[in-house]
Write a protein that binds this ligand. Structure first.
Ligand SMILES: *[C@@H]1O[C@H](CO)[C@@H](O)[C@H](O)[C@H]1NC(C)=O
Ligand SMILES: *[C@@H]1O[C@H](CO)[C@@H](O)[C@H](O)[C@H]1NC(C)=O
Ligand SMILES: *[C@@H]1O[C@H](CO)[C@@H](O)[C@H](O)[C@H]1NC(C)=O
Length: 376
């Protein structure tokens, strides 16, 4: 995997020197920031991180609930500083494989629904620090753990992407590893743009999270507890907890009226099914069939005055854009409220959030049904 050349050794020494004189060694950064762009052809959220010796930019698709970072080590992985992790290392989790005393985990790709098995490896990783408003120096971690994936498991990723960035509830995920390397709290903030033209960000560590001049977005937000699912339903080891983040949706309202749905489905069952999972790899909200039916029939009834046009996959309910009135929050459509831990805590969605321009002049309700064999 690693290839040695005089050039890379020279650059490696230079990097060590930079690391030694960078402020990180004296003072840990308050927070880190990664850029996130939405890939226009796959709708994946893609971040870029610098890794290896010499450092190269590595593009990764963000999977908020996956267990660790993995990169394709089969193709184009050149580094003089990569090291395999032994099974006895504290980095190696209790549930893992161990062949030839090398720690092994199963990198997966929830977009192509593929998985493999690979070595846990460490290498240099470099990221931008921030005080929450302004960029700070680039800081690096000498031995940042990740898992080696393959070309097979990289299929279906956006162009130029060679792995995935996992932010899930594990000790190996990016937020946990950054928190441990830089001694800041294990927390992160994600701002994902719905537009492929304007970027989003991920902050690791403490706020403020200043996205517009003098606006700390952590102030006006609505807060809800994240819920853990004790049963892993993604790939991984039997008996493992899920690394995904769930929120407690108690009911769904359209224009203030609760939908008649089976509330049992909103809670996580003993088998780890149901509940409301946060995902960065599904481009549109996916609903269980009976909820999708109740939701779309109510929404569509309330839009009876607007001209329906032919469906544009993957959407079922599409309208002529001319039939809508524009507002500051997108076109005027029935308001969708996800009611959270109490009646007063709601996640409200307006036209800008619920309607997708699937084709020029055509707006579709941007929710999809969870069909076992659908493309998402
Ligand atoms: C990796 O190193 C090999 C051998 O030196 C070289 O042929 C190849 O182009 C390098 N690949 C990248 C992505 O730098
Ligand atoms: C993280 O590591 C600690 C100590 O090794 C362990 O007790 C804990 O269960 C781990 N947490 C996760 C989410 O794996
Ligand atoms: C509600 O959903 C649960 C879980 O799928 C199911 O066991 C139960 O029978 C459903 N209740 C009704 C009234 O359909």
């Amino acid at each position: 995997m690693a290839s040695t050349s005089h050039l890379s050794i020279l650059l490696f020494s230079l990097l060590l020197l930079l690391a030694a004189t960078s402020p990180t060694t004296a003072k840990n950064p308050r927070a880190l920031v990664l850029p996130v762009t939405k890939d226009a052809s796959t709708l994946q959220y893609v971040t870029k991180i610098a890794q290896r010796t010499p450092l190269v930019p590595v593009k990764l698709t963000v999977d908020i609930g996956s267990r660790f970072m993995w990169v394709n080590c089969e193709q184009g992985y050149n580094s003089t500083s990569d090291r395999k992790v032994r099974c006895s290392s504290p980095i190696c989790p209790p549930l893992r494989g161990c062949g030839g005393n090398i720690c092994g985990l199963g990198p997966d790709n929830r977009i192509s629904k593929t998985g493999t098995f690979g070595d846990v490896v460490t290498d240099v990783l470099a990221v931008q620090s921030t005080d929450g408003s302004n960029p700070g120096p680039i800081v690096s971690v000498r031995r940042f753990p990740f898992v080696c994936g393959t070309a097979f498991v990289s299929q279906g990723l956006a162009s130029g992407v060679t792995g995935m960035a996992g932010l899930g509830i594990t000790n190996l995920s990016l937020p946990a590893q950054f928190a441990s390397a830089f001694k800041f709290p294990n927390k992160f903030a994600v701002c994902l743009s719905s537009s492929t033209n304007s970027p989003g960000v991920i902050f690791f560590g403490n706020g403020p999270y200043v996205l517009l001049p003098n606006v700390d977005v952590s102030e006006p937000l609505v807060y809800t507890p994240l819920i853990k699912n004790p049963v892993n339903t993604a790939s991984g080891f039997l008996g493992e907890a899920s690394a995904d983040y769930f929120i407690g949706v108690k009911s769904i309202k359209i224009n203030g009226k609760a939908l008649p749905i089976n509330k049992t489905l909103l809670a996580i069952s003993e088998e780890g099914k149901g509940g409301t999972m946060i995902s960065t790899v599904h481009p549109y909200t996916v609903m269980e069939t009976s909820i999708y039916k109740a939701f779309t029939s109510t929404f569509v009834k309330q839009l009876a005055g607007v001209t329906r046009v032919a469906a544009v996959a993957p959407f079922e309910f599409c309208y002529s854009a001319k039939g809508f009135v524009s507002t500051r929050l997108g076109v005027r459509v029935p308001q969708i409220d996800l009611v959270l831990q109490s009646k007063s805590v709601v996640w409200s969605m307006f036209g800008a959030n619920s309607m997708v321009e699937a084709r020029e002049g055509v707006l579709c309700l941007g929710f999809v049904e969870n069909k076992p064999h659908a493309y998402f």
